[in-house]
Design a protein around this ligand. Structure first.
Ligand code: AOF
Ligand code: ZN
Length: 337
């Protein structure tokens, strides 16, 4: 099953809004086929794994086990049901980590296999299986993107100075964040951060595609010469002003009403546009709005050894949370959950 998880992760950044899924076919302790969901709209993991079994090994399928990190689908989506293929292959034993939260499947895939006499074992390493599909799971259950808040702070608890950019983190952390950018569907910063830092918000220090840049610019304060208008990644600008059609294809303004529920409105629009994961990279005010509304699922807090003495206080993440700590050179990464 761990091999399934590893295979599944190779699809990060290319399968959304589908989940990451990996699968292996095992005969008497030997892996005879492997597959993973590679591309949205493309073959599912089980299909890849079963098709990877070479001709000479096919007679062994009825005596083989299929491992898959997600319950096999039993519906017609962009691809035919995996349960049909499993039954046709002759495989009689299926090991599953996580059930599919998609209401079209939701246990029915396992039931169908059992009804046909296949032995189905589920909940194998379920916690890891759940973590693997967390973007998909949040989107399915909460009807909004999975939200990751990123906070980089000095040792004395500041994220920067009020009006100029301060660089706090090290190269290791930068690569890690760019890896995360390559895996999420969208990235967001508040207006002040966009104006002051002039960030690019693209994936550069890790291979992979850039996420959609989501900006909030109520009154059109972000200068047109800033990086976010360079067209190098799809960019959506939520604004209170009239729709602006004077941008290149990649840049779109989305008109919206700015009141107490503006954040919910933006998230609803992102959900409609099938954004399943959103990385919020700052600044303090933007992060605080997400925290206050309890609209977040994960936090990545980078504690750097630098001392600023004064500045913008880092938003406080409170509650009895389970933190996971990692060292990144001289920095401490605190990750929740
Ligand atoms: C599986 N194996 O590898 C994946 C599954 O439109 P489709 O045909 O690609 O179906 C998408 C749905 O299938 C998706 O919402 C989820 O419920 C399930 N994904 N199922 O058996 C896979 N990626
Ligand atoms: Zn399937």
């Amino acid at each position: 099953m761990r091999r399934c998880f590893d295979l599944a992760r190779r699809g990060a950044g290319t399968v959304s809004p589908n989940p990451l899924v990996g699968s292996v076919v095992v005969n008497e302790g030997h892996v005879i086929g492997e597959g993973y969901h590679k591309q949205y709209g493309g073959a599912h993991a089980e299909r890849g794994a079963i098709h990877a079994v070479v001709e000479a090994d096919r007679p062994f399928l009825p005596k083989s086990r299929l491992y898959v990190s997600l319950e096999p689908c039993c519906h017609h989506g962009k691809t035919p049901p995996c349960t049909d293929l499993i039954l046709a292959s002759g495989i009689r034993e299926v090991y599953i980590s996580m059930h599919d939260p998609n209401p079209m499947v939701g246990g029915k895939g396992m039931q169908l296999l059992r009804n046909h006499g296949v032995a189905v074992y589920d909940n194998i390493l379920a916690a890891e299986g759940k973590e693997l599909i967390r973007f998909f799971l949040t989107s399915m259950t909460k009807q909004r993107p999975h939200i990751i808040l990123k906070i980089v702070q000095s040792r004395d608890g500041y994220i920067g100075k009020p009006d100029k950019q301060v660089w706090l983190s090290n190269d290791y952390e930068r690569v890690m964040v760019h890896k995360l950018r390559s895996e999420v569907d969208a990235i967001m910063v508040g207006t002040n951060t966009a104006v002051i830092d002039n960030p690019e918000l693209t994936t550069r220090f890790y291979p992979g595609r850039s996420p959609v840049r989501v900006l909030v610019d109520k009154t059109g304060r972000i200068p047109r010469t800033h990086h976010i208008f360079d067209g190098s990644a799809p960019t959506w600008i939520f604004t209170g002003q009239a729709k602006d059609s004077g941008f290149s294809n990649n840049i779109e303004t989305v008109q919206c009403t700015f009141d107490d529920t503006v954040l919910d409105r933006i998230l609803a629009e992102l959900y409609t546009r099938r954004i399943q994961s959103l990385l919020v990279e700052g600044g303090a005010r933007m992060i605080t709005s997400f925290l206050e509304k309890q609209l977040w699922d994960e936090a990545l807090v980078v504690r750097t050894p630098k001392i600023l003495g004064s500045g913008v206080k880092a938003p406080l993440i409170e509650g009895s949370l389970k933190w996971r700590y990692e060292m990144a050179g001289d920095e401490v990464l605190a990750i929740v959950p």
